[in-house]
Write a protein that binds this ligand. Structure first.
Ligand code: FAD
Ligand code: FES
Ligand code: FES
Length: 489
């Protein structure tokens, strides 16, 4: 593998063969390059003060996304273009339209959060795919916290500057094209290194040789182990450059996501399954977290409060794992053995997730309960797939996060829902009550055990009501959707 990290930082080519495996992009920008416009606030992906734009080549074009530089590892920048706020104003006195509007419309207040806000809006300005609405702007700013006078002037500035014609901005497409995506990156020694292999074979060989390596996909979990837990992680295996690892394939009967597919890339494909999934994915972290974080990482970390596992369990997803000598697949629910323990051998990588599409008669609902609407971890995450035969429930798959040490199905409730009428609310009561046999949730700072149980029961009732035909006008505050039976008429 070649031994040099190469990327563009603003208008400079960076080539490094000596850097720490867990050095962060933010520390490099601020401390090595003295570009102090990019701020450090929380250092854990929450506040957005450190937001930079990362450009990646896709079919010869550079696409920019906002990311939190505090939890990106420096080596992950290989082959990419990083734009910091300092560069937007580098052209003499000419401000970028986003900066100009922020200044004129008083969108800059304490000033500390402003650089990150400007970079998120710069990416929105570059993107130009979403409609010019306050809702769009709010979504793009969900990962940028402003706690002083509020967002109104910031949103006004965004509406004025982010839509319509694009300001010219130099894109170093040819410079980045010269960094061969088929060439692997390895810097360091056998004891401490950052490796970014270009093929799965190389990644698996390296894992077999170094079973103590830390695989990294989007680093939205691993980054915090570095910045908050202060873990020493001497060996990093970055998976984001493996050819094919981020592929998405849709066949008639299934959607298959490579383990490196980000939330952002998966969104439009998963949204086709059901509107609830679109809403769920849009509420995972922030734009910055969704641009880096992967569904594979959400599964591999085995957290009991990850948002996608309950959904993938009810959808009957299967995962594929590979090591140098073996390839196997399993229903995703079997992967989660107990708290902190997954069915993954020490040299295996999760390579893909296969999600069967919904068949006629199958109805899906999912709900996330968290203290804040945006950028918050679930207290309870619920997913339901109900198969109807006429007016009766033929089978039910019910799974929760936040209710046990792993994401888990509600076996007893599922049994009691079988052959029950979907329109007779009293017939569901035994199943709803049985959730207290299926789960003994714990109390923590997110929710008490009794809150979790009550929420879980009410979410099941709500899903059944909606599938049975009650309009979501009666069950939801945020999103209107007709009840399934009503929609079928
Ligand atoms: C501000 C913030 C908000 C967040 N909000 C949410 C939220 O709303 N909902 C939610 O569920 N999560 C949330 N998270 C957590 C995190 O974003 C997700 O768990 C994410 O899916 C992790 O994916 P990643 O690619 O970043 O994983 P990484 O951090 O790269 O890795 C996570 C773990 O999986 C392992 N791993 C990754 N890929 C593989 C693979 N292919 N094979 C084997 N092991 C692998 C790593 O070694 C590590 O143990 C949030 C995180 C932050 C920082
Ligand atoms: S410093 Fe707060 S998100 Fe990075
Ligand atoms: S701009 Fe910094 S708190 Fe509002």
């Amino acid at each position: 593998m070649p031994h040099e990290l190469s990327f563009r930082l603003n208008d400079e080519s960076i080539n490094l063969d000596d850097f720490g495996p867990t050095d962060t992009l933010l520390d490099f920008i601020r401390e090595k390059k003295n570009l102090t416009g990019t701020k450090e606030g929380c250092n854990e992906g929450d506040c957005g003060a450190c937001t930079v734009a990362i450009g990646e080549l896709d079919k010869g074009e550079l696409t920019y996304r906002p990311v939190n530089a505090c939890i990106q590892l420096l080596g992950m920048a290989h082959g990419k273009h990083i734009i910091t706020v300092d560069h937007l104003s580098a052209e003499g006195d000419t401000l970028h339209p986003v900066q100009d509007a922020m200044a004129r419309l008083h969108g800059s207040q304490c000033g500390f959060c402003t650089p990150g806000i400007v970079m998120s809006l710069f990416c929105l300005h570059e993107d130009q795919t979403d409609p010019a609405t306050r809702e769009t702007v709010n979504t793009w700013l969900a990962g940028n916290l402003c706690r002083c006078t509020g967002y109104r002037p910031i949103v006004d500035a965004a509406l004025e500057s982010c839509f319509g014609s694009k300001a010219p901005f130099a894109h170093p497409t040819s410079e980045l094209s010269s960094i061969d995506p088929a060439k692997s990156l390895f810097t360091g020694t056998d004891e401490a290194f950052f490796a970014a292999p270009a093929t799965l074979k190389e990644a698996l060989d390296l894992y077999a040789k170094h079973p103590d390596v830390t695989p990294v996909a989007g680093a939205t979990d691993v980054g915090l182990w570095v910045t908050k837990r202060l873990d020493e992680l001497p060996k990093i295996l970055y998976l984001g450059r493996i050819l094919g690892f981020s592929d998405i394939s849709e066949t008639g009967d299934a959607l298959t996501l490579g383990a490196g597919v980000t939330y952002e890339a998966a969104l439009s494909h998963l949204a086709k399954f059901d509107p609830d999934i679109k809403e769920l994915i849009s509420r995972i972290g922030s734009r910055q977290v969704r641009a880096s974080g992967t569904i594979g990482g959400n599964v591999a970390n085995g957290s009991p409060i990850g948002d996608t596992p309950p959904l993938l369990i009810v959808l009957e997803a299967t995962i594929e794992l590979q090591s140098v000598s073996n390839k196997r697949s399993m229903p995703i629910e079997e992967f989660f053995i107990e708290y902190g323990k997954q069915d993954r051998k020490v040299d295996e990588l999760l390579t893909s997730i296969r999600i069967p599409t919904l068949k006629p008669g199958e109805h899906l609902r999912c709900s996330k309960i968290s203290k804040r609407f945006d950028q918050d971890i679930s207290a309870v995450m619920a997913a339901f797939k109900i198969t109807l035969n006429g007016g009766a429930i033929e089978t039910a798959r019910v799974a929760y996060g936040g209710m046990a040490g792993t994401p888990k199905r509600a076996d007893r409730a599922e049994q009691l829902l079988q052959n029950v009428s979907i329109t007779d609310e009293s017939a569901w009561s035994p199943a709803i009550a049985a959730l207290s046999e299926d789960f003994a949730p714990m109390s923590d700072m997110r929710a008490s055990a009794s809150y979790r149980m009550t929420a879980a029961q009410n979410l099941l009732r709500k899903a059944l009501l909606e599938i049975g035909g009650v309009s979501s006008g009666e069950t939801r505050v945020t999103q209107a959707r007709p009840g399934d039976l009503e929609a079928a008429e």
